[in-house]
Design a protein around this ligand. Structure first.
Ligand code: GLA
Length: 739
């Protein structure tokens, strides 16, 4: 039983395979946080200390005891109003406009299975997971305010999920001005904060800093989780690295505006929190109404960052991603964007499909530019009818021609957007988010549709279906290319609810699309990786990781992404050189090596390649088919940091330890330098491995200790891929493969 109640100490303990999490209802009725860390039996309330602290207030429940202050006690769901002046998770106003509440424990319930959330994505459990849910009710009788804290535990995965439902059970209206989903309070500790920051075309670059007094705030005020800050936080011991040290993560299962804060208080205690963004948020709750905070996935590792990431990969890959494509081999695709941008004909697309067939590629993706008069990015979003003049035929005919070549067909769409220059906008100007009387702020010359309104979502669903019903469309790239600035909806009474309701509208729409087209592979995208989060992964099992396809920049982007997201989620393509974004030239083999750390595909015009390059690509596609199961499901290890190391590697090891793929790219060279070595991890101790290509044997323990010389990689941007197979002697080695 992963959730235990101890009546004597009034503690609730959540236990996973390697971790324990404990809370206590104290004598005053407040819900205190005691512990999250290495699995441990017993009661951890010895960690609580009490002192008369100048400047820290005492709630009425303290009955004059000046040593009792919520300002200094670790809590499960800190709120504004009872004397904790650190950053709260909840701030409410009553009908008089007064701020503040006083939430006390009321009851708890433990049930089997993991909770789900109405209208919001959340991790799920499967049979055999022994998942349980703890729900704890906190109440403020004066306001009729009730908060249900949800804890969903996946014990084998070492993951605890949290959410909170805020209900107005009273008689007067309430306004929720701040709602975070979860926090982690530490009574002491020298910790580093790692967050994942960036910009368009350079997303999720790790930034590691000591947690200093004061607050570090990250988040998004852009209506999407954003290129700038990913909704993932890692706290780690200052000495923690990939292999040692304690580390904790908070990861939001939400794709909209969010907020995450790490605060070191006056007593050097640390509070990390994560949840809904505060800006343009003020959510009205009439009597009987409620709001659900998005889920936060928490995990802990006492064995460094690699282990923490592996735990997150497993939960995202197997308990957040779902549906037909979750465990399936994904198609190798050829995308038209960097090949043609919007300048193509139907014959170009069919020609590309012919090349795809010749190269062994599975799927041709027709990117932007196929609809209405969309020949540049200033117009036509919303008018999703096919430009038959441009294509030379209708879409059904084009798809039949592509399929006739033995290639599947996929298409790009940006459903949530509308251009001012479009028939949709002319017909329904009020469907766009725009403040009456204020000219809207544009992004890429476009506006965002108001998905907080049911009629807009319904119309979008019809548009999407009428596109997908035109032929055998097996893949949809769901793009989103600007942020939300003007928050105003004609459909709601309170504008402070719009951003949240937008997300409910989007998630509802995606749910309807996947229900109607269960085998459709949807790849998320938002100007590359601007909405690369666990919320979207609930609907789209892969996301275009970045518009930056340069192999070297991608090493950093994919390295940062790997802290919280599995390779199966990372959309990655080989593109032409010099790279269209930064002009860099890298070997074709290296571009493939890096793209193979994701879903793998190409985004170039094969007609411009030499015969030799085409032959190489044919080989790469075949190679990837032998490796894709490892990339998709193997245990992932980072072997180096692209921001620091001259050679950066990464590795996948199959769950049974029978196979590993070790990859590396040379990022810095010097004349006449010594040999560089690569040290793999996670192989089976005592085993011997043979390298598939060379037939060379390696003893696993020595390999994990001293490593292997980097074979053949001597020049800048050279790469290696070493496919290791475990052998129990010399049998089957000549074959060179166990698969
Ligand atoms: C975004 C995407 C690109 C491409 C273009 C099309 O930038 O990230 O991959 O689809 O839009 O306009």
């Amino acid at each position: 039983m992963p959730i235990l109640y101890d009546e004597k100490s009034n503690t609730l303990t959540i236990v996973t395979d390697h971790t324990s999490y404990q809370m206590q209802v104290d004598a005053k009725g407040y819900l205190l946080h005691l512990y999250y860390g290495t699995r441990s039996a017993g009661c951890m309330d010895y960690l609580l200390t009490y002192a008369d602290r100048g400047g820290s207030a005492n709630p009425p429940a303290a009955l004059g005891d000046r040593t009792y202050s919520l300002d200094a006690l670790p809590q499960e769901f800190p709120f504004q109003g009872a004397g904790d002046c650190r950053s709260p998770l909840l701030r409410v106003r009553d009908a008089s406009g007064a701020f503040g509440c006083d939430l006390r424990f009321s009851s708890f319930r433990i049930r089997d299975g993991k909770y789900s959330l109405p209208g919001l994505p959340a991790a799920y459990d499967e049979e055999g997971d022994d998942a349980q849910t703890l729900s704890v009710i906190l109440q403020d009788p004066r306001l009729g305010l009730e908060v249900e804290l949800l804890y969903g535990v996946l014990p084998r995965l070492d993951v605890i999920c949290r959410s909170a439902i805020v209900r107005n059970e009273g008689k007067g209206a309430l306004l929720v001005d701040k709602l975070e989903s979860a926090c982690l309070d530490f009574v002491h500790g020298e910790l580093d904060l790692i967050c994942f920051c960036g910009r368009h075309a350079m997303e999720r670059i790790p930034s590691r800093q000591r947690v200093e007094p004061g607050s570090r705030l990250i988040g998004s005020r852009r209506g999407i989780s954003s290129h700038q800050y990913n909704p993932l936080l890692v706290l780690a011991d200052r000495m923690a690295d990939e292999r040692v040290g304690r580390c904790w993560s908070l990861q939001l299962v939400y794709s909209g505006a969010f907020r995450a804060e790490v605060e070191r208080d006056q007593y050097d205690q640390i509070r990390a929190q994560m949840g809904l963004g505060e800006e343009a948020f003020s959510y009205p709750l009439d009597p009987g109404e409620s709001i659900v905070a998005p889920e936060v996935i928490m995990s802990f590792s006492a064995e460094g960052l690699a282990r923490l990431s592996q735990q997150l990969h497993e939960v995202i890959r197997t308990r957040v991603c779902r549906g037909y494509w979750r465990d399936r081999e994904r198609p190798v695709l050829l995308n038209s964007w960097e090949a043609f941008y919007m300048d193509f004909t139907g014959e170009d697309i069919v020609g590309m499909a012919r090349q795809a067939a010749d190269l062994g590629i599975d799927l041709l993706v027709l990117d932007d530019g196929w609809f209405s008069d969309r020949n540049d990015d200033t117009k036509a979003l919303g008018d999703w009818w096919v430009n038959e003049e441009k294509l030379g035929c209708d879409l059904g005919e084009l798809i039949r021609r592509v399929n006739g070549l033995g290639v599947s067909f996929g298409i790009w769409m940006e459903p949530e957007m509308v251009s001012e220059k479009s028939e949709l906008f002319r017909a329904h100007p009020d469907w766009a988010l725009a403040i009456p009387g204020k000219h809207p702020v544009l992004g890429r010359d476009q506006l965002v549709l108001d998905l907080s309104r049911t009629e807009v979502v319904d119309a979008l669903f019809e548009q999407i279906c009428s596109l997908l019903d035109q032929g055998n469309i097996e893949y949809l790239k769901w793009d989103y290319n600007r942020s939300i600035i003007d928050v105003y909806s004609h459909g709601v009474r309170d504008q402070g609810a719009v951003l949240y309701r937008y997300m409910l509208g989007l998630y509802g729409l995606l749910e309807r699309v996947i229900a109607r087209y269960p085998t459709l592979l949807i790849e998320g995208c938002a100007g590359g990786g601007g909405r690369f989060d666990a919320g979207m992964l609930y609907y789209t099992p892969q996301i275009w990781c970045s518009d930056n396809t340069d192999a070297v920049d991608r090493l950093t982007i994919q390295y940062g992404s790997s802290f919280g997201y599995p390779s199966s989620a990372v959309g990655a393509h080989v593109s032409a050189c010099p790279n269209h974004m930064n002009g860099r030239v890298t070997p074709l083999a290296t571009r493939a090596c890096v793209a193979m750390a994701g879903t793998f595909g190409y985004e170039l015009d094969p007609k411009r390649l030499s015969k030799k390059e085409l032959d190489t690509i044919r080989g790469q596609v075949q190679d990837f088919r032998k490796l894709s199961h490892l990339v998709r499901e193997g245990r992932y290890w980072r072997l180096g940091d692209p921001q620091r190391d001259a050679v950066v590697g990464w590795e996948y090891v199959s769950a049974d330890g029978d196979e590993a793929l070790v990859c590396a790219v040379v990022l810095r060279v010097e004349a006449n330098e010594g040999m560089r070595y690569l040290v793999p991890c996670g192989l089976t101790p005592g085993a011997t491995y043979v390298e598939r290509a060379s037939g060379r044997y390696y003893p696993a323990d020595a390999l994990m200790d001293m490593g292997m010389p980097l074979p053949g990689a001597r020049s800048l941007y050279d790469s290696v891929q070493v496919h290791l197979l475990r052998c129990d002697g010399v049998a089957d080695i000549k074959e060179g493969t166990r698969r």
